[in-house]
Design a protein around this ligand. Structure first.
Ligand SMILES: [Zn+2]
Length: 202
């Protein structure tokens, strides 16, 4: 199996991660609406041909993370959706304005899987890992966790920054990630961090 490499093709303060096993690749988070030109340019600069991206995965369906999902599909990249995310997809258009140039995601042609199926789907493209449900920022938030300990957590709130209303859910998501072997996280915004320590009991 090819070693796993990770590059960031992000822009506008948002990270878009290309996880590659040789030339078999997964794109994690999918650009702002109306920015396909920018995405193309960044992929090209990082030497990632669109044709080598086997799936596009949005950590959650907010505009800065899933804005180009449909255009990527139209360019030949299948959209990998976890079943808990299906209901969130149509809501995405309510957070965009016409001038954003958002192309609405069609629902009949996505690759919808369960968390339990995720390891086999990833293994098929040479990437050892799984997809986990990590709600807190939103109910449809998922994380990609590679077997080498790298977690791609989207906007999952850092445990130290969680507000009172969400803190229990956020801490549970971090607990799951830690328990499954995450050692460092690649967030949707900002730099890569080591895994936050477990919160002291309150
Ligand atoms: Zn978000």
């Amino acid at each position: 199996m090819s070693p796993i490499t990770v590059v960031n093709v992000g822009y506008r303060s948002t990270n878009y991660w290309v996880v590659s096993a040789g030339r078999s690749r997964l794109l994690v988070d999918l650009g702002w609406p109306g920015t396909m030109g920018r995405m193309h340019a960044n992929l090209e600069r990082m030497d990632v041909p669109l044709a080598e991206i086997r799936y596009a995965l949005a950590t959650h369906y907010h505009p800065d993370h899933a804005g180009l999902a449909q255009e990527l599909k139209q360019a030949g990249v299948p959209l990998l959706v976890v079943d808990v995310q299906v209901a969130a997809i149509p809501r995405l258009k309510t957070w965009t304005k016409p001038r954003d140039g958002y192309v609405e995601i069609t629902e009949h042609d996505n690759v919808v899987i369960s968390f339990a199926e995720s390891r086999a789907v990833l293994e098929d493209i040479g990437i050892p890992g799984e997809i986990l449900h990590t709600p807190g920022h939103s109910d449809d938030s998922v994380s990609l966790l590679l077997d080498d300990g790298a977690a791609f957590t989207g906007d999952l709130t850092h445990p130290a920054l969680a507000g009172e209303a969400e803190v229990a859910v956020v801490q549970e998501s971090w607990r799951v990630l830690r328990e499954r072997g995450a050692t460092r996280f690649h967030p949707g915004h900002g730099p890569v961090w080591p895994m936050p320590a477990a919160a002291p009991p309150s």
